[in-house]
Design a binder for this molecule. Sequence first.
Ligand SMILES: NC(=O)c1ccc[n+]([C@@H]2O[C@H](COP(=O)([O-])OP(=O)(O)OC[C@H]3O[C@@H](n4cnc5c(N)ncnc54)[C@H](OP(=O)(O)O)[C@@H]3O)[C@@H](O)[C@H]2O)c1
Length: 337
Amino acid sequence: MLPKTNRQVRLASRPVGIPEARHFEIAEAPLAEPREREFVVRNSFLSVDPAMRGWVNAAQNYATPVGIGEVMRSYSVGEVVASRHPAFQEGDKVTGQLGWQDYATTSGGGVRKVRDTDLPLSLQLGVLGLNGRTAYFGLLDLGQPRPGDTVVVSTAAGSVGSAVGQIAKLMGCRAVGIAGGAEKVRLCREAFGFDAAIDYKAEAELASAVGATCPAGLNVYYDNTSGAISDAVMQHLAVGARVVICGTASVASWDPPPLGPRVERHLLVKRARMQGFVAFDFEHRTDEAVARLAAWVREGKLRYREDILDGLEACPDAIAGLYRGDNLGKRLIRLAQ
Ligand SMILES: NC(=O)c1ccc[n+]([C@@H]2O[C@H](COP(=O)([O-])OP(=O)(O)OC[C@H]3O[C@@H](n4cnc5c(N)ncnc54)[C@H](OP(=O)(O)O)[C@@H]3O)[C@@H](O)[C@H]2O)c1
């Protein structure tokens, strides 16, 4: 039996820049039995992603903004608890953009059945989810790492960054992480096996630290931050370097646009390539990435760390927390079952 009501986290007002707790409200809605070709999912874990900032801001983005009063868009993973859909049965574990809510009613668009049921369900939102796939496609397809290359990644202790560093190692590269704080730097070296890690918060001269850590320059820069970190890294590109623009975590707002040094001279002199990347463009290759990532997890070659908050009440402040750097690993919301 389905409960009569469903708790939801809705967008209450439109933020400029980083969404904070005051931009969301928790509300109840009636929960109806599914109609023909629909099913209802009880969410177990909700994802918290830096990209959600872009999903609620009015500025031009790759996705239409969430409307005021709508359930906050998010990835989640859970179990089918009622179904009138021929392809989804009660008990199936599924993942997709099911929103920040206890229950989601869907006709199945963009929803995948979980195949790797031997692994924890929460991994479908992290190392086997958007974050793992982002690391996989961004590094392998755009970064094109070769054995012996030096790969530098920012937000290195986070979900995407830690996977980038480990996949770089699996490709025979030297992995260098940039992260904020002594604990995150230690995590990069000890838990994720980076060859070196730089604490950008502790370095007065970040560019010098990058130069000292990468004396022959770096071949791939996997950029998750933009801003001052990238300004420092770009000075040390090796000839033929590939720069993957994956995230802009250090830029609080793009309105007005932030100013900074020009990169064209570095790209020209080093005959380097810089390319933007959106993981959604690779959805058609999800099965390939998840199969390979899951195999590495089972073999103990791809490690992960989760930062789990409990209850729907934790949602409203959870994105702002990512931008404060509060999270140690993939940030998730666990719902009571
Ligand atoms: N292009 C795509 O398709 C795609 C898809 C998924 C994710 N991404 C991007 O990948 C990046 C990492 O995502 P994630 O989910 O793995 O998050 P995460 O790294 O687990 O968490 C975000 C991290 O960003 C860092 N950060 C926040 N404010 C910062 C600042 N002002 N300067 C420098 N670093 C700051 C913090 O780490 P520190 O404490 O180390 O600073 C924080 O822990 C994000 O930029 C995200 O937008 C892109």
